[in-house]
Design a protein around this ligand. Structure first.
Ligand code: 4AD
Ligand code: MG
Length: 464
């Protein structure tokens, strides 16, 4: 396979000027005139298409006509020349053109613009639009930049299990893993009997977070991160919740809350800077199609400090905002998206770490503050999306941890190893989880999580 990628020709055309290259891809649009034909070829390497110029007299007319259709796949060989209409651009003067795969007229992507809702009905084809092309490239660059950030800073990448017996977030929103079928479930006398004969002989599910195992690794390796799929069976049908999403979760031994906040802020700045440098065309595209001022917003994130706001102060600010919210505001209640967005968009106008949440609304593993009411936890809120990071210092005192678990009615036997981390050489440590799709929404301006995944999984919809 000796094809040259379209991106290479368009960005480094001088290198190819006058020489013969072979390209392959899908025809986005075709124009036909009396003597000439023009194909816009996209191979997924760039948002821009490569124009293939065909001098019709040199081609078999029937074979050529078969290539002049939306969506067909073709292979073309030709000479790289300076573009007719753009002296800084390049195009290909075709010497040969071959149809690889036909595309009949019922091809669903006939229009230039399709709504995101419509595209969700054709997930196997929506990848061929500029939006998904750009989104997937940004997703890839973002993922790699995240790896780079942690690798350059001395973290070890850990693969934590996908199947697990514990519920990290303690919210019970777990997809069960079982090899049994409905008939077994119906005839079982009780749950214990059912589980005793199931594959693992105990309750198993898909992980909601790699944190608990990440802490195990950090208690030996110091600085680690996980990066993988996580699953939540929450029934919330919102534009920000997916049943399957990717999380990056660093865990850092000897770090306290202010330390981990610094790490989170420098990580966000690092990856956004990487996108500004590596994906200028994609960002320009998203700015035009989804969010005015996107580039400037991202540049500002890189160059200015994030805000830090105590939960208690946030509640005061929200109360002063009057009755503009649909959900109640009261110390002790969780912040809803509308509250988060008000604070980050209208009050701060930038990313903000809300710190020291009431312990009752947060997870069992969070370090209890001396006031007895709050925990050393923070959520990073950003304009347009709300929460993108959930973060905390972990409770490193065994007695306090056990008390928090008992209060929540948790089964301590399921967390024996986790508790022993506090018995054998416990240290202060902290970590966070960044939702990959959430930050993708933030950097692209795409408003629905269903449109930043190849296939989305949400309650009631296993996109297929
Ligand atoms: O705030 P969460 O639930 O925190 C944890 O899971 C911790 N164990 C992380 C840690 O400390 N290692 O989730 C972390 C992040 C959220 O801030 C959000 O960005 C994302 O994961 N997230 C979701 N993204 C898409 N769909 C969902 N249903 C999500 N739930 C959480
Ligand atoms: Mg959270």
């Amino acid at each position: 396979m000796d094809y040259v990628q379209v991106s290479e020709i368009l960005s480094d055309g001088k290198k190819f000027l006058g020489s013969q290259v072979k390209v392959a891809g899908w025809v986005r649009t075709a124009r036909d005139s009396k003597t000439m034909a023009f194909l816009a070829l996209n191979d997924g390497s760039s948002l821009k298409h490569l124009q293939i110029v065909v001098n019709k007299a040199e081609f078999d007319q029937a074979a050529l006509a078969a290539c002049l259709k939306n969506g067909v796949s073709v292979e073309a060989e030709g000479t790289v020349v300076v573009a007719m209409n753009d002296e800084n651009g390049f195009e290909l003067n075709a010497l040969s053109l071959a149809l690889l795969g036909d595309c009949p007229s019922d091809y669903p992507l006939q229009k230039k613009h399709h709504s995101l809702e419509f595209l969700r009905t054709v997930p196997h084809l929506r990848v061929r639009t500029n939006t998904f092309n750009a989104m997937l490239r940004v997703r890839s660059k973002l993922s790699f930049a995240l790896h780079r950030f942690f690798q350059e800073n001395g973290y070890t990448y850990i693969h934590t299990p996908i199947i697990t017996g514990s519920d990290c977030e303690g919210a019970g929103e777990i997809f069960r893993v079982t090899t049994k079928n409905y008939a077994d479930a119906k005839t079982a006398q009780d749950e214990a009997e059912y589980i005793a004969t199931d594959f693992f002989r105990r309750k198993a599910g898909l992980t909601v977070s790699g944190q608990l195992e990440g802490e195990v690794a950090a208690m030996a390796m110091g600085k680690i991160y996980t990066f993988g799929p996580t699953f939540r069976a929450e029934n919330s049908n919102t534009p920000r919740h997916a049943a399957e999403f990717w999380q990056i979760e660093p865990e850092v031994a000897f770090a306290k809350l202010p330390d981990i906040i610094k790490i989170a802020e420098s990580m966000i700045k690092y990856v956004i800077k990487a996108l500004l440098d590596e994906c200028p065309e994609e960002i320009a595209f998203f700015e035009k199609a989804f969010e005015n001022g996107l580039r400037e917003k991202l540049e500002k994130v890189v160059s200015s400090d994030f805000a830090v706001l105590d939960y208690t102060d946030a509640v005061e600010i929200l109360k002063k905002a009057g009755d503009r919210f649909s959900y109640p505001v009261e110390w002790g209640l969780d912040l809803q998206t509308e509250h988060e967005r008000y604070i980050t968009e209208e009050v701060m106008g930038k990313p903000v770490f809300v710190i020291n949440y009431p312990k009752k609304i947060k997870s069992f593993y969070m370090k209890q503050n001396d006031d007895g009411k709050t925990v050393a936890a923070t959520d990073l809120l950003v304009p347009g999306v709300g929460e993108i990071i959930g973060c905390s210092e972990r409770e490193s005192d065994l007695d306090k941890l056990m008390a928090a678990m008992t209060e929540r009615g948790m089964n301590l036997d399921d967390y024996k190893g986790y508790m022993e981390l506090r018995k054998y050489g416990t240290v202060p440590h902290s970590g966070f989880g960044l939702g990959l799709e959430r930050i993708l929404m933030y950097v692209t301006g795409i408003g629905n999580i269903r449109d930043v995944q190849l296939y989305s999984r949400t309650s009631g919809d296993l996109m297929a």
